[in-house]
Design a protein around this ligand. Structure first.
Ligand SMILES: [Zn+2]
Length: 332
């Protein structure tokens, strides 16, 4: 039953009954009955909804949409497992994986405060460095995580940026497919509120729990006594990676290296290529005009690994299926 109605009933009905029968027990009993009945009624309504002809018909109707949704979910998992999401490491955490750090003193209630984190993405620094890093995060990131201004590093940064952008788009694509499925079936609100998981099971869609794994870098200061600590987090998302790429290019150019002339892959260039190609796969010809939820990707015609540049002439739009089979061929 709808929530406002239930609450009104919960407040009014017991009082009316209690007044009518002049008994406090009736009041308590009615409240208890209503509280017990509500979830039972909800379960019955849910079962009836999933059995209904209307739901089964819609489910049949969108079966092919769901199938494609599941394929894209698998593709997301592929990108996630093959992608590069690592960049630079702090010297303070370089050998941390060799040690197991454990504080065994059970009486020490401050132990979680004075144990510094030793991980490749955490730099343990003085308070001054943590403060300065917040003013100029990219400069400090490069300095303390050993991100050098050279051609190899730039290619690394671009590779990570590319994998993150691909994953962002693919995850976004899955989310909009899910939204489209929900809009088409339009389940009652209580279904999505209480039985969303069961809804997707019934539909036959497996959901992607995958988040975009933005590398997270931390500058961390912990005082010797463990009473104070301060942290600065730098998330390597698309804007940060693009800013980092630009700074690297500047520095490489400044070093008068011819290699610094390399073109950069940016979010802007990516959407420019899609527009230029009219949102159409350059291999199989499918376009967003015929398939609104088509996942399009940007492909280097001559792969980066063979010296291909991120210039418009070397870039083309491919649908995810064609890009995936091209990738398989390059590896083979
Ligand atoms: Zn294609």
């Amino acid at each position: 039953m709808p929530k406002p109605l239930f609450i009104a009933l919960l407040l009014v009905l017991p009082i009316i009954l209690a007044v009518a029968t002049q008994s406090g027990w009736v009041l308590i009993l009615t409240v208890a009955l209503l509280l017990i009945a509500n979830p039972i009624i909800r379960t019955i309504r849910k079962a009836r909804y999933f059995r209904s002809e209307q739901f089964q018909d819609l489910k049949q109707e969108i079966a092919s949409v769901v199938k494609e949704h599941n394929e894209v979910v698998n593709y997301v998992a592929e990108i996630r497992s093959e992608g590069a999401f690592e960049l630079g490491a702090s010297s303070t955490g370089q050998f941390a994986h060799l040690a197991t750090f454990e504080n065994t003193s059970a009486w020490n209630n401050r132990r979680d405060r004075n144990v510094a984190e030793y991980a490749p993405h955490v730099h343990n620094a003085s308070l001054q460095i943590v403060r300065n890093a917040s003013q100029d995060p990219i400069k400090y990131l490069m300095k303390y995580f050993g991100i050098k201004a050279d051609q190899t590093t730039l290619m690394d940064v671009q590779r990570v940026a590319n994998d993150i952008a691909r994953l962002e788009e693919a995850v976004g694509n899955v989310r909009s497919r899910e939204a489209a499925i929900t809009a088409k079936i339009a389940p009652p609100a209580f279904i999505m509120e209480h039985y969303a998981g069961e809804f997707w099971n019934q539909i036959g869609a497996h959901l992607s729990p995958i988040q975009v794994p933005y590398p997270l870098y931390k500058f961390q200061y912990t005082s010797a006594g463990g009473n104070t600590s301060q942290e600065l987090k730098v998330d390597l998302n698309t804007p940060t990676l693009e800013a980092l790429s630009e700074i690297l290019v500047e520095k490489i150019r400044w070093a008068k290296s011819a290699a610094g002339q390399r073109a950069l892959m940016t979010a802007r260039l990516r959407s420019y290529i899609k527009e230029r190609d009219h949102f159409t796969c350059q291999q199989c010809g499918i376009s967003t005009a015929e398939a609104p939820y088509l996942l399009l990707e940007i492909d280097h015609i001559m792969p980066v690994s063979r010296g291909g540049l991120s210039t418009p002439e070397n870039l083309q739009t491919l649908c995810w299926r064609c890009n995936r089979s091209k990738g398989a061929k390059v590896i083979a």
